[in-house]
Design a protein around this ligand. Structure first.
Ligand code: CAO
Length: 474
């Protein structure tokens, strides 16, 4: 009796899901909608008519950081993200940099919010049966395996496309086609190969990588844009496509101003680099520019009160031309406003180092926040160097949901970064990351529609668990 009831309930859920997917598809179909090919304007209050990606289902075959960043964003925008993980182990980051024994690491939890987890051994025939069912019922497959790994599993583009011609297959790889395409790549490899490291750091020192994960999270962001664009194109063409983001390309895109400067070198020295003012000749490649600003407004990091003991008591100070007069007044050098040696940006270029030293004499008399207050009052752009401690405690970031506190059943409360992209009609809630395989059963039943005896057969085969467990049909 209970079994019959369950069966009925599942059939009802499946029918409801199919109905709501049909509704979304109908709305997405330009032919059937009204006006300019758009549906009627919703009369529901903003933030209460679903989310941007409601109705989109993602087969999330990502691991470590680059891919998970991408699928986490899609999940925040309302996509149903089903993370496929290797039985028993899961995403390797679950167990990396562990701070709470026995709990998923912050590395994992902070990159996998709002997702569901299913464990599948993709190399097991029954595992492939489940994966193929997922391919048929999802809109996008996202993966960032080493080159060739997906093909070796049997999920070549041709196979996926045959199973589901509407499927978008989105990949992060270290390099695009070329001499390095078969290489495995991590964050810092990409920062180096994408041109960022050679242009970061001080001229006298070695290349430097940055703490911002421009290779991993940066490429994940690029991939997310590729995916939503492909979903948009699919509304017109009806078919899926491959989306590839190479980490080298993503980093280079973010370092594009340095390729700009590489070409400017032909026209003479880069006058806004402090090296020019110091009389140091330029070589054949863009040099490391320390804390020089990357644009036409010179800037530098200056000490503030307390710098001797606080490694973050510094401020980024920009000598923007239109507020030069205000800077001179603030630092007590009013004659610099009219002195031809200082009055124009061109005259100042060769002596920027000395000018910043003079400004620093002033900034050192105040805390970074006092400097910020004094400068902002007269529109001088400055940036306090905020430590991660200060960011974690900043009330305004908590208020906007950029820093959020999340509760987790095994690790307790922790801080995370919420969705940095704020939308007025698609409001993100941050939900904790899934436990390994937490949603295996509900995905098999409710998403894929497997019957109890089929689920038992799949489970008994060992394709979803490690070590192998015997289970009987319910
Ligand atoms: N069931 C069975 N096998 C699975 C599986 C599952 N659910 N999920 C993964 N595997 C297998 C893969 O099929 C692969 O097996 P083969 O090599 O036999 O084909 C194996 O696990 C390892 O996958 P991998 O090579 O991707 O993993 P790795 O740890 O050796 O390499 C990384 C990691 C990140 C270097 C590599 O995946 C890569 O270069 N990815 C592309 C670039 C990228 O995203 N880098 C950023 C990582 S974040 O810093």
């Amino acid at each position: 009796m209970a079994q019959k009831k369950n069966k009925k309930a599942r059939a009802k859920t499946r029918a409801a899901t199919k109905k709501s997917v049909r509704k979304v598809m109908k709305l997405m179909s330009t032919k059937k909608s009204s006006g300019n090919g758009l549906p009627k304007i919703s009369n529901k209050p903003y933030g209460q008519d679903g989310k941007a990606l409601t109705g989109v289902r993602i087969l999330d075959f990502t691991h470590v950081q680059s891919g998970p960043t991408c699928t986490q964003l899609l999940a925040w925008f309302g996509a149903d993200v089903i993370k496929v993980e290797r039985p028993g182990v899961g995403d390797i980051t679950r167990g990396q940099l562990v701070d709470v024994k026995g709990a998923d690491s912050l590395y994992f939890t902070m990159l996998n919010h709002n997702k569901r987890s299913i464990t599948i051994d993709s190399k097991h025939p029954q595992g492939m049966r489940v994966l193929e069912a997922l391919v048929k019922s999802c809109d996008v497959l996202v993966e960032n395996f080493a080159p060739g790994a997906l093909d070796r599993m049997g999920l070549t583009w041709e196979r996926v496309h045959k199973l589901n011609p509407r499927m978008i297959v989105a990949s992060v790889k270290g390099f695009g086609p070329g001499p390095y395409e078969d290489c495995k790549v991590y964050e810092n490899v990409a920062q180096c190969a994408g041109g960022a490291a050679s242009t970061t750091g001080f001229r006298e020192g070695p290349p430097l990588v940055t703490g911002a994960q421009i290779g991993d999270s940066g490429t994940g962001l690029h991939l997310a844009l590729g995916i939503v664009s492909a979903l948009y194109q699919r509304r017109r063409t009806g078919r899926g496509q491959k989306v590839l983001c190479a980490m080298q390309d993503g980093v280079l895109n973010l370092a594009r101003v340095k390729l700009r400067d590489q070409q400017r070198l032909k026209a003479g020295p880069l006058t806004e680099y402090s090296q020019y003012g110091e009389g140091v000749p330029f070589g054949a490649s863009v040099p490391r520019s320390g804390n020089d600003s990357g644009g036409g407004q010179p800037g530098w990091i200056l000490k503030c009160k307390g710098w001797e003991n606080d490694p973050d008591a510094y401020i980024y100070f920009i000598t923007q031309a239109p507020v030069w007069g205000a800077i001179c007044d603030l630092i007590g050098e009013p004659t610099w406003k009219t002195d031809p040696e200082y009055a124009t940006p061109k005259a100042r270029l060769p002596k920027l180092k000395a000018i910043f030293r003079r400004i620093e004499d002033w900034t050192m008399t105040m805390t970074k926040f006092e400097v910020m207050e004094a400068c902002n009052a007269v529109d001088i752009p400055v940036g306090p160097i905020l430590s991660m401690k200060e960011i974690a405690e900043e009330p305004s970031l908590r208020k906007t949901g950029t820093v959020v506190e999340v509760d987790h059943p095994t690790r307790g409360k922790y801080l995370s970064v919420g969705n940095p992209i704020k939308m007025s009609d698609s409001i993100s809630e941050v939900k904790r990351s899934p436990l390994l395989g937490e949603h295996t059963d509900e995905i098999l039943k409710d998403v894929l529609g497997f019957k109890a005896n089929e689920i038992a057969e799949i489970k008994n085969s060992g394709a979803l668990s490690a070590p192998k467990k015997e289970e009987k049909a319910a």
